[in-house]
Design a protein around this ligand. Structure first.
Ligand code: DGT
Ligand code: CA
Ligand code: CA
Ligand code: ZN
Length: 562
């Protein structure tokens, strides 16, 4: 199993949290947490290290190093399985509620028997929490608010978690063939549950799923649902000649399916997950793939990212579907941090990683000095960095672009003087502070950045962190208008924890002629692979190659935007 450093770190963190929920030795809890941090900071892939290297390079003890090896190999560990067995699954959810740390979760569980968010809410409503030692009515109200807010979006997985679970499933299901459907396949920024379609026999797959399930929700010949690492996985069984309709159905979205079904009904056809039947219900026609099924309905293939009933069926009818941007169109990554600020990679390593990926260019966009927590760079640092970049560019096939991610300060000015910005090849301006300002104030700041002649891109325009921090109250329609007017690009930050702008905003930006810039915001090598998440969001926003800055050749990128 090919775990990324982040995945291993997240697994260790989960183990640390579960230990803490149990009230285990605080030193053991700390060991998991500091081990996780160290692995995230590693510049090498944790997969490549052996037991001894792990102890030396990561600075962890032998016991933890053994667990890391086990996670790398199997995606999980026996100790984690034992912890999950003991701690109710709902407690992991509870940890995601604002105001609930592992200690609180553990006490709520042991002292009040609370094992889920719903039970937390109930306990708070009944005034049971205020009676716990050290809690009180104020804390109770805070927890109640947290539990109430923990709805919809916050319960959804980000794409990194979804992919981690999918790689675990791939491991146990191999060599069986199956297709991932649902919102994951449509490229949604967050995923409620995982949906798979397989043509293999249930006899073959069901026992393997049962073996890894936290809980079997349903298990049968046609469908199986399990809970795996706390998340739901739905699998539908079909045959190769019936794969088309099943995949089309399970990919959704629901709104798309309903529109497709209603449209077919007008022509006397009945569509379901098994195929197309005449109105009399006579014979059912099956299809081996989606394209042939859509063709039978008089439609061309519609890319999954568009299937949201946002006009794509009408466009398909009229032959006006957009020619969506593809991975092959992207020439480079437009948001990367180096070890000059808070990244792990040296400039040399960034150039090597870019070359390895076949990129034409990679930006180096470190923070400006106003962002102290990230060791931001001063005007002088940037000049020095620029010099190093020029030396590397002499013999690097992948050209480094001298850029910066400058702060949009709370008063609307930028974290570096114009003089410094003018010396750079590409400037990203981002909000990192004052995210709670009122709508007008925060919107004016972003617009002022759009208006600055040196700013090329607005980075992660709303500042949201999926499931963790709400977007700032930025009025995107005003920002889009200003960006169109001044030729400023808006970023699709490709980090699976951000995906900011989102698909809907991307669509309205491109409709108004604003270019989108896809940047991974990578701080480590493995994060450079996040570009694909940003690409999915661009495609969901109906972007063609021409709408995306990263498709421009270097000379046009630098000449045309600054
Ligand atoms: P999620 O899991 O909330 O991120 O979103 P989806 O789209 O993966 O939704 P899910 O897992 O509930 O269902 C998978 C697909 O199954 C969905 O995209 C479309 C189809 N589907 C589910 N429920 C219905 C329904 O009531 N009617 C129709 N026509 N299709 C449905
Ligand atoms: Ca789903
Ligand atoms: Ca589902
Ligand atoms: Zn940033």
């Amino acid at each position: 199993m090919d775990c990324t450093n982040r995945q291993v770190a997240e697994t260790l963190r989960l183990m640390g949290q579960l230990h803490e929920v149990r009230g285990d030795n605080p030193f053991r809890v700390r060991a998991f947490m500091t081990g996780a941090d160290a692995i995230e900071r590693l510049t090498r892939g944790v997969n490549e290290l052996d037991l001894e290297e792990l102890q030396v390079l990561v600075g962890i003890g032998e016991r933890l190093a053994t667990i890391v090896l086990e996670i790398c190999k199997t995606g999980s560990s026996e100790e984690l399985a034992a912890l999950q067995n003991e701690v109710p699954a709902g407690l992991v959810d509870l940890l995601r509620v604002e105001g609930v740390g592992p200690k609180t979760a553990g006490r709520l569980w042991r002292e009040l028997g609370v094992t889920s968010v719903a039970e937390l809410k109930e306990a708070a409503e009944r005034g049971r929490i205020r009676r716990l030692k050290g809690f009180g009515p104020k804390r109770e109200a805070e927890l109640l608010r947290g539990a109430e807010r923990f709805s919809g979006e916050e319960r959804r997985m980000n794409r990194a978690t979804a992919e981690f679970l999918l790689s675990g499933l791939a491991e146990v299901l191999a060599p069986a063939r199956y297709v991932v459907a649902g919102s994951y396949r449509r490229g949604r920024e967050t995923v409620g549950d995982l949906d798979l379609v397989s043509c293999e026999s249930p006899k073959e797959l069901n026992p393997r799923l049962a073996a890894i399930a936290d809980e079997v929700i349903e298990m049968g010949e046609r469908r199986t649902s399990i809970r795996y690492r706390g998340e739901r996985v739905d699998l539908r069984f079909t045959t190769p000649d019936g794969l088309g309709p099943m995949l089309l159905y399970l990919t959704g979205s629901k709104a798309f399916n309903i529109k497709l079904r209603d449209r077919a009904l007008l022509e006397g056809l009945r569509v379901n997950e098994y195929g197309i039947a005449g109105r009399d219900g006579a014979s059912l026609e099956t299809f081996p793939d989606e394209a042939s099924m859509l063709g039978a309905l008089g439609l061309p293939f519609i890319p999954p990212e568009l299937r949201e009933d946002r006009g794509e069926i009408e466009a398909a009818e009229h032959g006006t579907l957009p020619d969506l941007v593809t991975a092959g169109d992207l020439r480079g990554d437009l948001h990367v941090h180096s070890n000059w600020s808070d990244g792990a990679l040296s400039l040399d390593e960034i150039a090597t990683e870019g070359t390895r990926r076949g990129y034409e260019y990679l930006i180096v966009s470190d923070h400006s000095e106003t962002l102290r927590v990230a060791h931001g760079l001063s005007e002088r640092d940037l000049a020095e960095q620029r010099h190093t970049i020029e030396v590397i560019n002499r013999d690097s096939p992948c050209r480094l672009i001298a850029g910066v991610e400058v702060d949009i300060l709370a008063d609307g000015t930028l974290g570096l003087p114009d003089r410094a910005l003018a010396d750079l090849e590409l400037v990203i301006a981002s909000l990192h502070s004052g995210l709670r300002q009122d709508q007008d104030q925060v919107t004016r700041r972003v617009i002022a950045a759009c208006e600055n002649e040196h700013v090329d891109i607005i980075g992660h325009p709303t500042g949201r962190l999926l499931g963790r921090r709400k977007a700032a109250a930025v009025d995107l329609s005003r920002v889009i208008k200003a960006a169109a007017e001044h030729g400023t690009a808006l970023e699709i930050n490709a980090s699976p924890f951000r995906l900011d702008l989102d698909d809907v905003a991307v669509r309205s930006a491109r409709d108004r002629g604003v270019r989108l810039s896809i940047g991974t915001d990578a701080h480590r090598a493995d994060e450079l692979d996040q570009l694909r998440h940003g690409l999915a969001t661009a495609r969901r926003g109906w972007c063609t190659g021409g709408d995306v800055l990263n498709t421009l050749p270097l000379d046009r990128l630098l000449g045309g935007t600054s």
